[in-house]
Design a protein around this ligand. Structure first.
Ligand SMILES: [Zn+2]
Length: 268
């Protein structure tokens, strides 16, 4: 069965009529008025001479049509409300899209992202996200996900003038710079900058889990409903794989064991 939906997209490139055919694997194909069918390549901005933002709007229609074809009731259900199982705190990096790398569906992850996936007690943004996720959505899990080769972490490790022109980023990364200073001796055994960065990426994820485990938003929830579990993950850009580096369960405060991955991560 071939089902095309008709969409009109206009922009600087002029009005463009295309037929969108969501394929079974979710990759759309675009058919222009000249009848030539083209499959857009990821990251290729020149598809049909479209402006980048036009392409995004068009892909949205293809995505929505594909989702509906695979699951006709999906948008009606999502319109009713959300009940995600987990809060994801990840880096803003464009190469680490939370849902895609986990094959998660809309509605499964409540997401907060900032540079270097940090939790600040005095950051109203992350605090409000935590409050809503824990007390309103009652998520069972919080995932803090860092990634190897993180530019934010690298800037903090490099020090010097790296952040001079970016004062807000510099301020945001203060806790990472302190972590680097505290673990300076430990980092000296790595000869390559990339190795230091990837080690601090792991230490930083662990530090965020530790910070979360002391916040009253989390500990109050542990007392009342024994949730959420705290998961520290690292994503490897080179392989596309996620790895757990640390985990803390709600009963940790009552003497539960520390995960062995902590020792592995700390030992580098
Ligand atoms: Zn990053």
């Amino acid at each position: 069965m071939t089902t095309f939906s008709r969409h009109r997209v206009s922009g600087k490139a002029g009005k463009l009529r295309v037929l969108v055919h969501p394929s079974r694997n979710g990759v759309s194909r675009l058919k222009s008025h000249d009848g030539v069918e083209r499959r857009p390549a990821i990251g290729h901005l020149g598809v049909l001479d479209m402006q980048f933002f036009d392409r995004l709007l068009l892909e949205n229609r293809a995505w929505a049509a594909g989702m509906k074809m695979a699951d006709p009731g999906i948008f009606e259900r999502l319109h009713e409300g959300q009940a995600p199982a987990a809060l994801w705190i990840g880096c803003c990096d464009s190469r680490v899209p939370a849902e895609q790398i986990c094959n998660a569906k809309p509605g499964e992850l409540f997401i907060h992202r900032n540079i270097a996936n940090l939790v600040h007690e005095d950051d109203a943004n992350v605090s409000s996200v935590l409050e809503f996720a824990i007390n309103a959505l009652k998520v069972d899990h919080i995932i803090v996900c860092g990634h190897r080769g993180c530019g934010g972490i690298q800037a903090a490790v490099s020090g010097g003038d790296a952040l001079q022109a970016l004062p807000y980023v510099d301020q945001h990364l203060g806790q990472v710079k302190r972590l680097v200073a505290e673990r300076g001796e430990e980092l000296e055994r790595f000869s390559q900058l990339s190795e230091k960065v990837d080690h601090v990426v792991e230490l930083n994820v662990i530090a965020q889990i530790e910070r979360l485990s002391t916040m009253s938003l989390v500990t109050d929830s542990w007392q009342t409903r024994q949730a959420p579990s705290l998961h520290g993950w690292v994503y490897d850009l080179a392989s596309g794989h996620l790895e757990e580096v640390y985990r803390r369960e709600p009963d940790w405060a009552e003497g539960a064991s520390t995960e062995p991955t902590w020792q592995r991560a700390a030992a580098g």
